[in-house]
Design a binder for this molecule. Structure first.
Ligand code: AMP
Length: 291
């Protein structure tokens, strides 16, 4: 039977206490279905959108396992590896581990590009329980001998579809080869998987999106000539004055910079955010506001 409260799940008491403090009473559908399977030690393929509670779905059973089987991690290695495509996601996942594991003792670190390597090397020297990483920087450290994956017991591949879209396929394949054969694998994707090769006889949990778009977002389509696109956007921004902030998506990084300059020159406060910007620049970015 699907559990309807966290009390019904076989999670350790300190984890349940943290969930109660966070006011989590009912497991979301992906949590109710995934957690019992992962607690049994089986591999899992989870298909669910962001925002459905999938971080807790994979992190709670991992925290439970670390609590029940405390061991010193191997030097330069981690007992848990969570691989995720972006720094922002890595940071969120790391914060979730901190929240759910607030009453447990475990060592955790983050590894991603755009910031210095040395603090990451130092943090990994004596090994960690949980490593949340983006593929590119993790491979750099491995190639330089600063991190190795032989101690990994739990492997989570988060947002696989996005990882592949971002061109990480080769990196992910290389990382997989470096992992030990015996480990529990959990692959998370928001649509049907194009690759589930690391999973051994996995259970599969699929949560259909309850709604395809956010309820509070009004949607409209305007067909417009390329030359008029900018004027239309500027009119729209002027109309939106005082109603909130605006995000404009652009196809290319160069296009985002150009558009941002142009919006600025028309008296709006605008910042571009994309992969060529440094991490501090990304974190400082604020959406458009009239100066
Ligand atoms: P995620 O899909 O993991 O990014 O989670 C989306 C949001 O839902 C996060 O803000 C979580 O803190 C929150 N959340 C996850 N599971 C639950 C739950 N069972 N009850 C209440 N909030 C939750």
């Amino acid at each position: 039977m699907t559990p309807t409260s966290f009390e019904e799940l076989a999670l350790a008491a300190p984890i349940k206490r943290a969930l109660a403090e966070l006011n989590y009473s009912t497991p979301s559908p992906i949590q109710a279905q995934s957690i019992p399977i992962l607690l049994e030690g089986r591999d899992l393929l989870g298909i669910a959108q962001t925002g459905t509670g999938k971080t807790a779905a994979f992190s709670l059973p991992i925290l439970d396992a670390l609590h029940n089987n405390p061991q010193r991690p191997r030097r330069r290695s981690a007992r848990v590896l969570v691989l995720t495509p972006t720094r922002e996601l890595a940071t969120q996942i790391s914060q979730s581990f901190d929240s759910y594991g607030r009453h447990l003792r475990f060592k955790k670190t983050l590894v991603f590009g755009g910031v210095g390597k040395n603090p990451q090397i130092r943090a990994m020297q004596s090994g960690v329980d949980v490593l949340v990483a983006c593929p590119g920087r993790l491979l750099d450290h491995m190639n330089e001998g600063d991190i190795e994956l032989s101690g990994v017991e739990y492997f989570v591949l988060d947002e696989v579809d996005r990882m592949l879209d971002m061109g990480f396929l080769r990196d992910v394949k290389t990382l997989r080869i470096a992992l030990p054969k015996k480990k529990q694998c959990n692959q998370q994707t928001s649509c049907n998987p194009r690759s589930a090769r690391c999973l051994m006889n996995p259970a599969s949990v699929s949560i259909a999106p309850e709604k395809t778009t956010a309820e509070k977002v009004d949607q409209a389509v305007c067909f417009v000539d390329k030359e008029s696109k900018k004027d239309l956007l500027l009119n729209h921004l002027a109309e939106q004055q005082g109603k909130g902030l605006t995000i404009v998506f652009s196809r290319t990084k160069h296009g985002a910079n150009k558009l941002c300059k142009s919006i600025n020159s028309h008296g709006f406060e605008a910042e571009a955010i994309h992969g060529n910007r440094s991490q501090p620049q990304r974190e400082d970015s604020q959406p458009f506001q009239r100066r």
